[in-house]
Design a protein around this ligand. Structure first.
Ligand SMILES: *Cc1c(COP(=O)(O)O)cnc(C)c1O
Length: 355
């Protein structure tokens, strides 16, 4: 068995892969592949309806929010958010907690004025700044709830009265949140919801239509909402596989159940990083992510040896991102405690060998 700790695209439950592969050959006994059915067919319409229903149910999304399945990834949202929410001459507040947050702000700057309200770039983004002011005249406040590359997570939403936009690409569906705390949430599916190719957007309807900008339809949320995510051909297969994954999550007991598992998984790994004299964590303890665990070695000369042992033990994708170095274990919803234990055992084995 391979233990895939890759940051994204990432593993999905085996049952999901099995059912998804079956649907490529024969979708729901239609005699057709899911890849060839019309996106306007009754069969696929049911898929979109169920996927939306599952998102609403699992995340408890109120009726005054729209749920969209778009393309272009989280990166397209970096542009769509300011285009739709930032009026000419207006200003948006951005929280700079890592590479993705920086990219989001950079795109917004091409569209209007951006104020960086706080940054942790002084310590290579290894913590989440706290106690900063968000100007009340901002059109919106944008932040990244989980910093996939640096292994930090924002567990408490910064308080503000301005509309709040969050990139939840790497922690969506991993813990209980109150949707009404947010005005727009987006997430590229490939980290915790499904395969690459679809992006979930949840928008409070009343924040739209205020920017005064005339946008190309494809970049405007409203035509997508009016068409029920069918303004153009949607990513049929990515939506279908996401639906299977959401069914899996529901059958497991939903987000409160997976959250408890995620807490145990993260704690098991962080405990070993703290205990094992060869390793150390890189993120500030109170801001450590439950989804991406970043760590390095006390003696960085040994990192190549550990990676080689990890490979022998079938641990895949643990090499750290180049901006942090060392290792990163991405431990999203579908990664089981068995895989965490395999990594912990390998760290112990390494310790024994090098003592
Ligand atoms: C991976 C990631 C992105 C980029 O997503 P794409 O779908 O590739 O555009 C953006 N934000 C966060 C937090 C990510 O983890």
């Amino acid at each position: 068995m391979k233990h895939n700790f890759g940051a994204g695209p990432c593993i999905l439950p085996k049952e999901v892969f099995q059912e998804a592969s079956q649907a490529v050959l024969d979708f729901n006994n239609t005699g057709l592949s899911i890849l060839e059915i019309s996106h306007r067919s009754k069969e696929f319409e049911e898929v979109v309806v169920e996927t939306e229903r599952l998102v609403r149910e699992l995340l408890n999304v109120p009726q005054n929010y729209s749920v969209l399945f778009l393309q272009g990834g989280a990166s397209q949202q970096f542009a769509m958010v300011p285009l739709n929410l930032l009026p000419e001459g207006g200003k948006a507040a951005y929280f700079d907690t890592g590479v993705w947050a920086t990219k989001a702000a950079k795109e917004a700057k091409k569209i209007g004025q951006v104020e960086i309200v706080a940054s942790s770039s002084d310590k290579n983004y290894n913590y989440i700044p706290k106690g900063f002011e968000i100007p009340a005249d901002s059109a919106y406040f944008h932040y990244t709830s989980n910093n996939t590359i640096y292994g930090t997570e924002v567990f408490e939403k910064p308080t503000t009265s301005v509309p709040t936009v969050v990139d939840m690409s790497s922690d969506i569906l991993s813990r209980v949140i109150d949707i009404t705390d947010y005005d727009l949430i987006y997430a590229g599916a490939q980290k915790n919801m499904g395969p690459a190719g679809v992006t979930l957007v949840i928008i409070k309807d009343e924040i739209l239509g205020k920017s005064g900008r005339s946008l190309p339809s494809i970049l405007d949320y409203e035509p997508h909402i009016k068409a029920g995510s069918m303004y153009n051909t949607p990513p049929v297969y990515s939506i279908y596989v996401s639906m299977l994954n959401l069914r899996w999550l529901k059958a497991k007991g939903g987000i409160s159940v997976i959250e408890q598992e995620n807490i145990v998984k993260a704690r098991t790994l962080y405990d070993e990083i703290e205990r094992n004299p060869f390793f150390k964590g890189t993120a500030a303890v109170e801001d450590r992510s439950r989804m991406n665990v970043t760590f390095v070695m006390e003696n960085s000369d040994l990192e190549g040896d550990f990676l080689a042992l990890a490979k022998e033990r079938n641990l895949i994708g643990i090499k750290g991102h180049r901006s942090v170095g060392g290792f990163r274990a991405s431990i999203y919803n579908a990664l089981s405690i068995t895989s965490i234990n395999a990594l912990v055992d390998t760290m112990r084995e390494f310790e024994e060998k090098h003592k």
